[in-house]
Write a protein that binds this ligand. Structure first.
Ligand SMILES: Nc1ncnc2c1ncn2[C@@H]1O[C@H](COP(=O)(O)OP(=O)(O)OP(=O)(O)O)[C@@H](O)[C@H]1O
Ligand SMILES: [Mg+2]
Length: 442
């Protein structure tokens, strides 16, 4: 049950408001001066305050109201506060709304408008409280995960990454191959390390082969090794990466670039653990966990005849998809702070800019951006200009903001739409539209 605290020196106002709210099923309590109001709030169990702006009979400046407002705010930074003010003093009230008060109503108030405002604010209060609880619930789960597994320093706050890492750590101990998909710089290799670190072969080697960086005719000898003279330029026998990875993990990066011949051999190792070095007929056996990664669509490559379908089905028994950074904007600031790695902070404007930038290069681009900014400025506070972002996306974010981000911004700002909108770099109307879209109560 929600409870509204009315703070007004006029007993008549308190009882009139009390009755009006009571008729609409809202419990109230009242206080006749600021001190009593503050005491009542400190006791707890208050979801909204309606406060007067003047408390001494002969004052009309509104200063008392302003002071009360800030003191209430201090006790509960998220509390919705409605200001009741004489219409001749609207300016002070508007000023406070800019500072974060929820709304103001001119005396004499309009009953319907007052009830609507109170209802909306209480609903939002409930929703943001719930979002906060979910938030802390998720943090608890995240802590648990970090205690039970080695997350290799992975930084995240989003639900999407939490789910992904939960699955990754859960399947890590099995021996099945894992295929990690995702855009450039999203964190595929990082996730591969997490799989290895929590696998039965955690103490074994972690060997990387980047099929995208090797000339196609060298990939096979790189993977399987070659006897001396097996191909032009092969002076000495060489050990392949499969042998090097024995007892550990072989990370096949850019697997889509493996030529068909290499794919056939890879399929055979996956089926039997057996292979031969180039130029040799001696069969070798290894015990290697395969983790592969790609940023291309392997199904499409199969359709084009460039990738073996049977190999794909072997590799993607478990597929882990790392979402692009733009789809998990709540990760941006924690990652940014992590990459700053020192006592420097970001200005509010810089934070907004980072949050609304689309990050086509994902986490790696964010990392580069902050490292560059940290080198270029010696200021303790990093500002927008230091970030040198290519696009000014503040007024028209090209990433559409998701429900989670909106709920969190509302939560951080005590349900105050104007403030949350400012933080998200949106107009108030634009935020309302998005709240409508997601069915977030106003
Ligand atoms: N959640 C994260 N927390 C901390 N560091 C991260 C995170 N995600 C990525 N990184 C870091 O960002 C950089 C890029 O990540 P990574 O190399 O794993 O991406 P990738 O998907 O393999 O990229 P590419 O497609 O270019 O190969 C690395 O330095 C990595 O350590
Ligand atoms: Mg990579």
């Amino acid at each position: 049950m929600s409870r509204v605290l009315i703070i007004d020196d006029n007993e008549g106002v308190c009882s009139a408001l009390g009755m009006l709210l009571d008729v609409h099923g809202i419990e109230t309590c009242s206080a006749n001066d600021p001190k009593a109001g503050l005491n009542r709030l400190a006791k707890g169990n208050i979801d909204l305050v309606i406060q007067d702006m003047n408390f001494t009979a002969d004052t009309t400046s509104g200063e008392e109201g302003v002071e009360l407002y800030y003191r209430l705010r201090k006790i509960d930074p998220d509390l919705p506060i409605i200001l009741l003010t004489a219409w001749t003093h609207l300016e002070t009230a508007v000023e406070l709304v800019r500072e974060g008060a929820s709304d103001y109503l001119a005396k004499p108030w309009d009953d319907v408008k007052l009830i609507t405002t109170v209802h909306n604010l209480l609903e939002l209060r409930e929703a943001t409280q719930l979002a906060k609880e979910n938030d802390s619930e998720r943090r608890t789960q995240q802590n648990k995960l970090a205690q039970s597994y080695d997350l290799c320093g992975l930084v995240y706050a989003s639900r999407a990454m939490h789910e992904l890492v939960s699955v990754a750590t859960r399947i890590a101990r099995s021996e099945v191959p894992v295929l990690i998909t995702g855009a450039n710089g999203a964190g595929k290799e990082k996730l591969a390390h997490i799989v290895q670190a929590n696998s039965a072969c955690a103490d074994g080697p972690f060997i990387t082969v980047n099929a995208g960086a090797l000339p196609q005719d060298l990939i096979e000898s790189e993977l399987f090794g070659a006897e001396a003279g097996a191909y032009t330029g092969a002076g000495n026998a060489r050990t392949g990466r499969f042998e090097a990875a024995d007892g550990g993990t072989l990370f096949l990066d850019e697997i889509g670039n493996l030529p068909l011949e290499g794919q056939a051999k890879l399929l055979r190792v996956l089926q039997s653990g057996e292979f031969e070095r180039l130029g040799s007929s001696k069969t070798r056996r290894v015990n290697v966990r395969i983790v592969s990664a790609t940023n291309s669509d392997l199904e499409e490559a199969v359709a084009r005849g460039e990738f073996r379908e049977d190999l794909l089905y072997r590799l993607n028994l478990i597929e882990l998809n790392v979402p692009p950074l733009a789809e998990r904007p709540v990760d941006i600031l924690p990652l940014a702070q992590h990459f700053l790695a020192d006592k420097r902070t970001l200005s509010a404007a810089a934070e907004n800019a980072l949050r609304s930038y689309p990050w086509p290069g994902n986490v790696r681009e964010l990392q580069n951006c902050l490292k560059r900014a940290a080198l270029l400025t010696t200021d303790p506070i990093i500002d927008v200009a230091d970030l040198a972002l290519k696009l000014e996306t503040k007024s028209t974010p090209s990433v559409d903001i998701d429900e989670e981000t909106i709920n969190e911004a509302l939560g951080r700002n005590g349900g105050m739409v104007a403030r949350a909108a400012r933080e998200l770099g949106l107009s108030r109307q634009a935020l309302y539209r998005r709240m409508d879209k997601f069915g977030i109560p106003k």
